[in-house]
Unconditional design. Structure first.
Length: 411
């Protein structure tokens, strides 16, 4: 994705706005993937003192709310991305590591809530034996060290009794809220068994829950019921399963919840994979769902999946989300990360600078990573982007996976 050339007028305007908001002009040349040539210049105006008021509006038909002429037009995460040190890996010995939601604790340490399951179970065992654990580091780039299991298996008498997965942690008013996916199934299944009827039965029990704690490495209190369940309407887009939650609070404390949804079909795997959105006045619900999927664009209907793994946040009057651009509809690069923007949380479109990270990424020594990054997370401090995090496989054989901390340009 090429940066547009700035005219003299644009440069003067940028300098004026930068001075007015005590921002900074950053300049750096970064080559993250072979098709990315980053030019210099970005306005950093992400100061917490300049967050706008809540401007949530009523949901309308997809695409009817246009985003133009706002601060997000100058927001280019790709331009901030730095080469990734080889040491910026979080590996939990003996386990697959997936997901990775990072938050800063009250003790100024950094905590990662992540999914893990035994290497001996096979990579596709996540809906059967995954558990959510917590790791800690003194620095946002790591090294992270495993601390404890946050949400262990607790028996199939509970809705999340078999596995917990897809953590996303959000701070609000001194509390930490952990949104996650849980499964509960009793059918017999063998180690490394994948995509059989029994495997799909586990996968189809996915529901979304929330837990709360006073600190990330503390005791997490979870509910005995999902906070977001499937729809009772058999024709709904989420009639079969819901998973992959991403949540954020707006300035008024209203919660937005993005989630993966699969409808029913004649196949045990269900229909196409899409994403939905729901809103609530409380992290504990009840959540009101929007009827139609989000992240939909022209000609996307024929695709099995368009977007995946959103990370969402609210800033200066806008909702923003980073998604995996599965087939390249938003960035032209299938598997890349795309930045999406919405004024009301219901109607989304690609940001002006949509590409965040390409499908291929390079380590600081110039070597190419074996697999693409998935499960994006963005760490912001006082509204300023600091690190991106993503999960990746170590090899094509999927014998191991780990989380990667991608540094962003510092002030």
């Amino acid at each position: 994705m090429k940066r547009e050339n700035y005219s003299n007028i644009k440069i003067c305007f940028t300098a004026f706005v930068s001075f007015f908001f005590f921002g900074r002009i950053y300049a750096n040349n970064v080559f993250l993937s072979k098709d990315i040539n980053i030019n210099s210049g970005i306005l950093n105006s992400f100061n917490k003192d300049h967050f706008g008021p809540d401007t949530t509006v009523k949901a309308t038909k997809e695409g009817s709310v246009k985003i133009s002429g706002n601060w997000t037009d100058d927001f280019d995460l790709n331009e901030l991305v730095q080469p990734v040190p080889l040491t910026n890996k979080f590996i939990d010995s003996g386990y697959y590591v997936w997901c990775g939601s990072v938050t800063k604790g009250k003790d100024n340490k950094y905590y990662m809530l992540y999914s893990r399951w035994p290497l001996t179970d096979g990579f596709e065992s996540w809906p059967i034996t995954s558990e959510i654990a917590v790791a800690v580091s003194n620095q946002p780039g790591g090294p992270f060290k495993h601390v404890k299991v946050a949400l262990p298996s607790r028996g199939t008498q509970f809705w999340d009794g078999s596995a917990t997965h897809n953590p996303t942690v959000v701070q609000h008013k001194g509390k930490y809220y952990l949104f996650y996916m849980g499964t509960s199934c009793t059918v017999p299944i063998n180690k490394k068994e994948a995509y059989t009827n029994n495997w799909w039965k586990y996968r189809n029990t996915q529901r979304i829950g929330v837990a709360v704690a006073d600190k990330p490495d503390g005791d997490w209190k979870r509910l005995d019921h999902p906070v977001l369940d499937i729809s009772s309407d058999s024709t709904a887009h989420d009639a079969l399963m819901v998973s992959n939650p991403a949540a954020a609070f707006d300035n008024n404390g209203k919660v937005i919840l993005l989630y993966k949804q699969v409808g029913k079909s004649e196949k045990i795997s269900g229909g196409k994979v899409r994403f939905g959105v729901a809103f609530s006045d409380s992290p504990f619900g009840p959540f009101k769902k929007q009827d139609q999927p989000i992240f939909e664009i022209k000609d996307a209907g024929k695709e099995w999946m368009v977007a995946e793994d959103p990370f969402v946040w609210y800033q200066k009057g806008y909702y923003l989300a980073i998604v995996r651009d599965v087939v390249g509809k938003f960035t032209g690069d299938g598997g890349a990360w795309a930045l999406m923007v919405s004024k009301n949380g219901s109607n989304w479109q690609p940001a002006k600078h949509a590409k965040v990270i390409g499908r291929t990424f390079f380590w600081k020594d110039g070597s190419i990573n074996t697999s693409q990054l998935e499960r994006p997370c963005l760490l912001l401090e006082n509204g300023i982007p600091k690190y991106l995090y993503g999960a990746t496989r170590a090899d094509k054989g999927q014998t191991m996976s780990f989380n990667v901390a991608v540094p962003l340009l510092k002030k």
